[in-house]
Write a protein that binds this ligand. Structure first.
Ligand code: NAD
Length: 463
């Protein structure tokens, strides 16, 4: 899209919004139903696009992309009417008689910018909230998943109200142009460098932003758990989508004897999932592009290779790789891995693990495999992260009732379920007081001694 086309698109959406088209509950429900139909009727085309961009297995595409969004739609669809009801709140006695409530109103025209790793989920799950909230929306898919971007750009206008939902494909130039426009909310998922650019751009119009970022999500394992189960779950969370998952366990922390015991179990889990040669497995994905492939290759310098290490630049196959005895200051510990390499760092115990985690940025997710209540409590109270998963990685994002988002360097704001509606709505305070009796007379000037005594008494009662 050219500069002029982007301006025209956003202006068109604003006209639609101002006309009130997107406000009625019936319109919102119709759009959600249409989005659901888009996903169901075009599952094969979307799966195909994901296969081309990321080598994603169709079952995994259902699990983490198509089915995931359908689940979010169904959850919202069932509850939307209730969520949009005015929520009464109590009024202090001093203001009675009166009624107070909170009503949710649409924000206006919103922008959703998505990354390439879950290129369907991360553009359409926010869209569910934006539509439920009654907004007009610009979707900006990632140019790094071009087949999926094209599929979304082709399908959205066929199913959704074109007056209210537009897809702008493109890369930095188009996104920069979009960010120069006025929006009523910007929802960005991706890395924190661009997150900062998005936030800077939002300042001009005081546009609220949600930043869904990444970072290094640790997993700690102690000796109280069934290590074979832990290994399977960690391998699943790590190697799905070839490790290109924002909530994948980034690195593993364990005491030396636990780490040693886990090594063969992790290897066995990977073999169970992807066979002896994952390169030939239809279930194992590929690295998204050459730049990411080169970056990952550069992370193999340190540690002892327990598994993997092989790769093929021509197909961007990167074997599931496990590296043990990783020094804390090594290169792989200085950046988000975001690929199929699991570094294992040994710690002396839970104290050391917590200390190490606290020295880094606050992660998007933190996982602890333990059966000990005291250890759980320590992680819960002594660390801060977007989410915490006990004995299971990544799955918390499939619980629609849980907020999904980061803290600190992993972002701010959260969505999924009702929170997606919250993100894309303004909560308007409504107070309504009958004209008679005019009880406010008691606090109008002139402030006589009697009124002063009354007001002071009233305020003391309220505090
Ligand atoms: P990406 O490169 O696709 O970028 C994301 C979006 O930003 C794209 O739409 C892209 O066009 C746009 N963009 C890129 N450069 C830009 C610029 N200079 N100005 C304006 N827009 C620009 O994806 P990515 O950032 O590589 O995604 C990976 C990161 O995202 C990882 O850190 C990962 O952890 C994080 N992530 C977070 C979540 C979450 O839900 N919190 C989910 C997935 C990924």
């Amino acid at each position: 899209m050219t500069h002029g086309e982007i301006i025209g698109t956003v202006a068109g959406l604003r006209t639609t919004f101002e006309a009130g088209t997107t406000k009625p509950l019936a319109w919102r429900m119709r759009q959600l139903r249409a989005l659901r139909a888009l996903l169901i009727e075009n599952g094969a085309e979307i799966e195909h696009a994901l296969k081309r961009d990321l080598g994603k297995n169709p079952t995994e595409s259902q699990l983490g992309e198509i089915g995931f969004v359908v689940g979010e739609i169904d959850y919202a669809f069932k509850r939307l009417r209730k969520w949009l009801r005015p929520r009464p709140v109590s009024v202090p006695g001093s203001l009675m008689p009166a009624r107070a409530s909170v009503v949710r109103e649409p924000l206006g025209v919103v922008l959703v910018i998505a990354p390439w790793n879950y290129p369907v989920q991360l553009i359409l799950a926010p869209l569910v909230g934006a539509l439920a909230g009654g907004n007009a929306v610009v979707l900006k898919p990632s140019e790094l998943a071009p087949a999926t971007s094209a599929a979304i750009a082709g399908l959205i206008p066929r199913y959704l109200d074109q007056r209210a939902v537009a897809v702008v494909e493109g890369a930095v130039a188009e996104t920069t142009e979009l960010l120069a426009q006025r929006f009523d909310h910007i929802f960005y998922t991706g890395n924190s460098r661009v997150g900062r650019l998005v936030m800077s751009a939002s300042v001009k119009n005081l546009t609220p932003v949600t930043l869904e970022l990444g970072g290094k999500s640790p997993v700690y394992v102690d000796d109280s758990v069934d290590l074979a189960v832990a290994a399977r779950r960690i391998a699943w969370g790590k190697f799905m989508n070839a490790g290109q998952t924002c909530v994948a366990p980034d690195y593993l922390l364990a005491a030396p004897e636990v780490a040693r015991a886990l090594e063969p179990l992790l290897v066995a889990a990977v073999r169970e999932f992807y066979g002896d040669n994952p390169e030939t497995s239809p279930d194992y994905g590929r690295i998204v592009n050459d730049a990411q492939f080169a970056r990952l290759t550069g992370l193999l310098a340190d540690g002892r290779t327990v598994l993997g290490g092989a790769s093929d630049a021509s197909t961007r196959y990167f074997a599931p790789t496990i590296l043990a005895d990783i020094p804390r200051e090594s290169g792989i510990m200085q950046q988000e891995v975001f690929g199929p390499i699991l570094p294992i760092v040994t710690v002396s115990g839970v104290e050391d693990a917590i200390q190490f985690i606290r020295e880094g940025d606050r992660p998007l997710a933190l996982y602890a495999f333990t059966e000990k209540d005291a250890v759980r409590r320590r992680f819960l109270t002594e660390t801060s992260s977007g989410a915490i998963g006990f004995n299971v990685p990544a799955a918390h994002l499939a619980v629609s009732g849980l907020p999904f988002g980061g803290v600190g360097e992993s972002g701010f704001g959260a969505y999924h379920g009702e929170r997606s509606l919250e993100v894309f709505s303004h909560e308007k305070a409504v107070l309504s007081k009958p004209l008679t009796p005019d009880t406010l007379r008691l606090i109008y000037p002139p402030y006589t001694e009697r009124k002063d005594r009354f007001i002071r008494g009233l305020l003391r009662k309220l505090s």
